[in-house]
Ligand binder design. Structure first.
Ligand SMILES: NC(=O)c1ccc[n+]([C@@H]2O[C@H](COP(=O)([O-])OP(=O)(O)OC[C@H]3O[C@@H](n4cnc5c(N)ncnc54)[C@H](OP(=O)(O)O)[C@@H]3O)[C@@H](O)[C@H]2O)c1
Length: 277
């Protein structure tokens, strides 16, 4: 029987089959000249903690956690970084001194870094976020502490209310509903909903955007995402998908594990080549 090779670094989630993370970390490993073995592992919904404990008991040194386990990961970590504590969500684990598991969240710094790379954000910006799921929990602190104000528009009002209640201590944050009457034009609109939503009927109002509004979709795929197609249809000039965020959040995980921040631009360039999707 072939010997089972357990990687020292891995992504855990459900599903993870199409994840770009192994490809990203392979490129990082080459770039920083540290050999680390990173694989994606699809795990069942019901025994997350057993799987994580046995990974770290065997070969595991570090892990990424994706949907739907980021909040479970927060509960499982022995210690937490500030960003994980505030977001109550963990996307990166590191085993420290062979003794305890540190939980971090690199989604916020990942998004902010990509918005800065694209010149899509300034300190005074008012931002509209579509969605109030786990990913939004991970990005709010970074956007608010950068100095931006945030409005949240979400299908389930209660989920948006919960986030506003938790994060209003860090900056200006409120809720927008379909029935809100506002003359406000947002500087930046971030789509943090799941993919394949009908934006025209489900979500929002053309009156909230101006010719200068930036649009950022946290989702990504070959070609334009449905959200970006919609933005183009309403005349958007500045738009991007979330591949850069994905690479930046991975770079910050790599930094936590190996103390080196890899450069992201060559990796984004490689991933954007059609054949790599
Ligand atoms: N680029 C990156 O690095 C990166 C990082 C993290 C996440 N993401 C992407 O961001 C997206 C959100 O992730 P997540 O972890 O926040 O997911 P999640 O926790 O499942 O949240 C999904 C969000 O989408 C909304 N939604 C789902 N179906 C909808 C529908 N039919 N109509 C309207 N709203 C709907 C949900 O609203 P309700 O509250 O009403 O359910 C919720 O706000 C995912 O597609 C994920 O792949 C990208």
């Amino acid at each position: 029987m072939p010997k089972l090779i357990i990687p020292d670094y891995a992504l855990f989630g459900n599903p993870v089959n199409h994840s770009k993370s192994p490809q990203i970390h392979k490129l990082f490993s080459k770039q920083i000249d540290i050999l680390y073995n990173y694989e994606s592992i699809n795990i069942p919904m019901n025994n997350f903690s057993d799987i994580i404990f046995s990974f770290f008991k065997s070969n595991g040194k570090g892990a990424n956690i994706t949907a739907p386990f980021k909040e479970k990961a927060y509960l499982l970590a022995d210690r937490l970084t500030n960003s994980a504590k505030i977001s109550k969500s963990v996307n990166t684990f590191k085993k420290i001194n062979n003794k305890y598991i540190l939980g971090d969240n690199t989604d916020g710094i990942g998004l902010l870094s990509d918005l800065l790379r694209l010149h899509f954000i300034e300190k005074h910006f008012s931002i509209l976020i579509l969605g109030a799921g786990g990913a939004v929990r991970g990005i709010l602190f970074s956007l608010l502490s950068f100095g931006c104000s945030v409005s949240i528009l979400n299908r389930t009002l209660l989920h948006a209310e919960k986030l506003v209640f938790e994060f209003n201590q860090f900056g200006k944050i409120d809720i927008l509903t379909k029935n809100s009457t506002t003359n406000k034009k947002f500087d930046l609109i971030i789509n943090a909903t799941s993919r394949n939503i009908n934006y025209e009927t489900d979500f929002f109002c053309v009156s909230l955007v101006s010719s200068k509004t930036f649009f950022y979709d946290m989702n990504y795929q070959i070609g334009y995402t449905p959200f970006i197609n919609w933005c183009i249809k309403i005349g958007a000039k500045y738009f991007s998908d979330g591949i850069g965020m994905l690479v930046f959040q991975a770079a910050h995980s790599c930094f936590l594990w190996h103390n080196i921040l890899p450069s992201v631009n060559p990796v984004i360039k490689t991933l954007k080549k059609k054949d790599n999707f």
